[in-house]
Structures are given as C-alpha cells and as structure tokens.
Design a binder for this molecule. Structure first.
Ligand SMILES: Nc1ncnc2c1ncn2[C@@H]1O[C@H](COP(=O)(O)OP(=O)(O)OP(=O)(O)O)[C@@H](O)[C@H]1O
Ligand SMILES: CC(C)(CO)[C@@H](O)C(=O)[O-]
Ligand code: BAL
Length: 282
C-alpha cells in the first residue's frame, strides 16, 4: 500500500494504470474508519483493479466549528485497516494541497440543499460539492463509492456528476450497522456509554416507522408519534424525521407505495449529531 500526498506523486502512477487499462476505484472518506468504510473498500476491490482511499477532514463542509475540531482522528489505525483490506493507495492531502487558496466556489443544488441536511447544515453540501469535485479531478477514478448512510449526499453527488459531466460511475453501498442496529459512523466514537445506548432511538424510530407504514398507518401520525417520543427522551433531541423521495428529496405528507421512498432522521444524542435513514420502497 502506497501513501500519496499530491497530484505530482499520483500522476505517473495514474498514467501507468491507464496504460495497462486498469480501472481505478475511489473511496472518499474523512478517516476514523469503521467496517462501513471497509464495505466500500471491499466493493471497490471487487469492481476495480486499483483502489484509492482518500482521507481528508474537509473544513469547508463543516457548519459547526466544534464538530470540525472534535472530528475523530485515528490515522495509524486507519492505515492498518486499509493495508489489511488490500487497498492499493491512500491519498492523504494536506489542507494546503486541497485548498491552495480559500475556495469561493458556490454550487446550487436547488431544492436538494434546502431540506433536511441542507436546512440544518447550511453550506454543508457546498463544501461537499467542492471537495468531491477536487477529489474527482485529482484522482480521476472510473468508479467512486459512497455510502447509503449519507443518502442526501448521494443525491447531491449524483447531481454534481451529471451537471459537471464527470466521466465516472457512482456506486452506492448499503449502510453497515452494529449488531444492535446502530448505523456505523465515525462520530459514534464520541458517544459515552449512556449516549451509545440512547443512540439506538434513531434506528428504532426508523424500524417502527417502516413497520407502521406497511401496516397502513398514516405518515403524519407516525411522524407526530416519533416527535413526541423524542420529547420524552432528555438525552436525545430530534432535528428532523421525514419521508422523502431518495433522488429529489421531495418530502411526502402521505405514503404512496407506488413511489420510491425512504425515511430520514437526524438527532443530537448529547452533543453528537447523528443521521440515519431506511429505504421503504426502493
Ligand atoms: N455505516 C456505514 N455504512 C456504509 N457506508 C458508510 C457508513 N458510514 C459512512 N459510510 C460512508 O463512508 C464514506 C465516508 O464517510 P465519513 O468518512 O464521513 O464517515 P462517517 O462514518 O459517515 O462519519 P460521520 O457520519 O461521523 O461523518 C461516505 O460515503 C459515507 O456515506
Ligand atoms: C464524501 C466526503 C468524504 C467528502 O468530504 C464526506 O462528506 C464523507 O465522508 O461522507
Ligand atoms: N459523512 C458525512 C460527512 C459529514 O458529516 O460532514
């Protein structure tokens, strides 16, 4: 496994792979790697001859400075996991490499960026759009892998790839969960023991909503019931609980089994903000 830090180091390697007709898969991450990330790596290794994992905690996508400062960093363990997983290259750019000067780029993802994550994290998808575009230009993969856990990010990146005509294929990998159902997430490392237990409320709310939708209960009633359950839970604070179309992120006020739909949730558990989602009709 080779570490690369900038485009000058990557270019000759990239050219060699291009000449020998080897497909390059890119797995963009912010580090603090868990088995969810490793599922993306596995998928890349089974799809492409060459796998590049990038690790960069991107400042421009953080709307909350404390969230950025406290984002978990476990580089030594990350590199061990990636080596064991058979990764070919790890791209470890510094902030200077990614942002030689402060980026003033502005993306407009339309309605997609005004709801859910876009509404609660102003500027977040602009930062994601900038850094993902840069990673695509720097690494030039044929395939890029993203997790379904960040469902709205997937919708934004699909739009980005179509709008800017990036010549690559996107692969979306299902959410990996702990044995009790909690979606794996780097930020889980920041939960204390009590919060780790309470964090299950996200998964349980999604499961309940799915079961009740299929039993014919009205969506708005389900939503109200979950909101009221959160009000009785002092460690957890709900931000949103919505039934949406997974491509447009249009929010639904009723369930229609002939339409694609997912339920998305975001909540603070103590000071840690977590997100999760569940496909209802895919
Ligand atoms: N549980 C998971 N299952 C599958 N893919 C995941 C999971 N968690 C994250 N990913 C994907 O891994 C990629 C890198 O994500 P990132 O490094 O932000 O990790 P994260 O666990 O989502 O961290 P956090 O949610 O705390 O920001 C993204 O495409 C993300 O969707
Ligand atoms: C795609 C990404 C690596 C961009 O910084 C990040 O948003 C993430 O880890 O999901
Ligand atoms: N996995 C999404 C990255 C973020 O929360 O900023």
């Amino acid at each position: 496994m080779k570490l690369i830090h900038n485009q000058a180091e990557w270019n000759p390697l990239w050219l060699n792979h291009l000449r020998t007709n080897q497909q390059i898969g890119l797995v963009p991450t912010m580090g603090a790697l868990h088995d969810g990330h490793l599922d993306l790596v596995k998928k890349s290794r089974s799809t492409c001859e060459v796998t590049v994992v990038s690790i960069f905690v991107n400042p421009t996508q953080f709307n909350n400075p404390e969230d950025f400062q406290k984002y978990p960093k476990t580089l030594d363990q990350d590199l061990e996991k990636l080596e064991q997983a058979g990764v070919d290259y790890v791209f470890l750019p510094t902030e200077k490499v990614m942002y030689p000067f402060p980026s003033k780029l502005k993306f407009d993802f339309g309605d997609l960026e005004h709801v859910l994550e876009g509404e609660f994290r102003p500027g977040h998808f602009n930062g994601v759009g900038i850094v993902v575009s840069k990673l695509f230009h720097l690494i030039r993969p044929q395939v890029a892998f993203f997790g379904q856990k960040d469902l709205q990010q997937v919708a934004v990146i699909k739009r980005l790839v179509d709008d800017l005509s990036f010549d690559l294929k996107l692969e979306v990998v299902p959410t990996k969960r702990e044995s009790d159902g909690l979606a794996m997430s780097s930020r889980n490392l920041r939960l204390n023991q009590e919060e780790r237990q309470k964090a299950l409320i996200l998964f349980h709310s999604l499961e309940k909503a799915k079961a009740e939708l299929f039993s014919g209960k009205n969506w708005l009633e389900i939503q109200r019931q979950i909101e009221s359950e959160f009000e009785h839970e002092h460690v957890a604070k709900l931000e949103y609980f919505e039934l949406i179309h997974p491509d447009s992120f249009e929010t639904y006020s009723s369930f229609d089994s002939s339409q694609k739909s997912s339920v998305c949730i975001s909540a603070f558990i103590g000071e840690i903000r977590l997100i999760d989602n569940m496909p209802i009709i895919s």
